[in-house]
Ligand binder design. Structure first.
Ligand code: C2E
Ligand code: MG
Ligand code: MG
Ligand code: MG
Length: 284
């Protein structure tokens, strides 16, 4: 509260900050209404096996269609949801909806191995006391095999409180769900701690993939992360694969049996578009 008041005083002297605060407040009340009016939806981006070139699963990405502003990007939406605590109900909605959808697709398209869904967890969700109970509840309710659910958390969230994070991750692992580290390489990157956490994959941040074919430094970082994952006996997922050259290079150097994700394969899609893609049995 004191902090909020401090901000309010400052606004008087800075009109641009005032505008920003008003926009944020407006966004917050709109977001509250959106959750009530069901204006939120999920788009799904394919994740492709580097070895087979087939779709292995999807990442669930939150989308908000605002009545006046049109599409609001997660980059703008998630921080507001975090600050207001709305991330908890929204986050569980995404998780439940993604699992419900996955179950339907698994039954409709019986691939081997079965399709998976990846869901992002924010720091606030990860620290929430009810996390394990809620996830267990959603798994039971939607009847998905927990092995086909992948939870994505960023490095900074687990490093922040390593002790507690290790415990939560072990409990999630015991439930059978997979743990993916999102945006890997951009955080604290104290590599020594990684073996202490039960992990299933490192998602190599887009910023390294973008330049891996024209910058030795990025190429080396990608190779280093692949070696690291191989030592830990976990997978890699390359984020932001946009060109054929990146795809081919990744297929050559990956030794983890990993995956790629990015516009080269597909933008995030609506549920109906996903069904079309799966029916076509696309392969890269
Ligand atoms: P993320 O988890 O790293 O998701 C990948 C982001 O990269 C997505 O952005 C996706 O659309 C974008 N992307 C994928 N392929 C490419 C590519 O080839 N090139 C480029 N330039 N971008 C690509 P999006 O959907 O805007 O989401 C941004 C971030 O918002 C996500 O990053 C994630 O951290 C967060 N987010 C999205 N949905 C949720 C959610 O349901 N819960 C939480 N807690 N966070 C979410
Ligand atoms: Mg993610
Ligand atoms: Mg990511
Ligand atoms: Mg990212």
């Amino acid at each position: 509260r004191a902090k909020a008041q401090g901000k309010a005083c400052y606004e008087i002297f800075d009109p641009s900050m005032h505008t920003k605060a008003v926009t944020l407040l407006q966004l917050e009340s709109d977001l509250r209404r959106a959750t009530e009016r069901q204006d939120l939806m999920i788009h799904y981006q394919p994740i492709v096996s580097l070895s087979s070139g087939e779709i292995a699963g999807f990442e669930a990405l939150l989308r908000w269609h605002h009545p006046e502003r049109g599409w609001v990007k997660p980059g703008e939406l998630i921080p507001v949801a975090e600050d207001t605590g709305l991330i908890l109900p929204i986050g569980y909605w995404v998780l439940r909806e993604a699992c419900r959808q996955l179950k339907i697709w698994q039954e409709q398209f019986a691939t081997e191995p079965p399709l998976t869904v990846s869901v992002n967890l924010s720091g606030k969700q990860f620290k929430e006391a009810n996390l394990l109970g809620q996830i267990q509840h959603i798994i039971t309710e939607t009847q998905i095999n927990p092995k086909t659910l992948k939870l994505e958390i960023t490095e900074s969230v687990i490093v922040e409180n390593a002790e507690a994070a290790a415990k939560t991750l072990s409990e999630l692992r015991a439930m059978g769900v997979q743990i993916y580290i999102d945006d890997f390489g951009t955080g604290y990157s104290s590599l020594g701690y990684l073996h202490r956490f039960p992990l299933d994959a490192l998602k190599i941040d887009r910023s390294f993939i973008i330049n891996m074919c024209n910058e030795t430094e990025s190429a080396e970082i990608v190779q280093t992360i692949i070696n690291l994952a191989q030592n830990l006996q976990i997978y890699i997922v390359a984020e932001g694969v946009e060109t054929q050259q990146q795809w081919e290079q990744l297929r050559k150097i990956d030794s983890t049996g990993g995956y790629g994700q990015g516009y080269y394969f597909s933008h995030p899609l609506s549920g109906a578009e996903v069904e079309q893609l799966l029916a076509e049995e696309v392969q890269w």
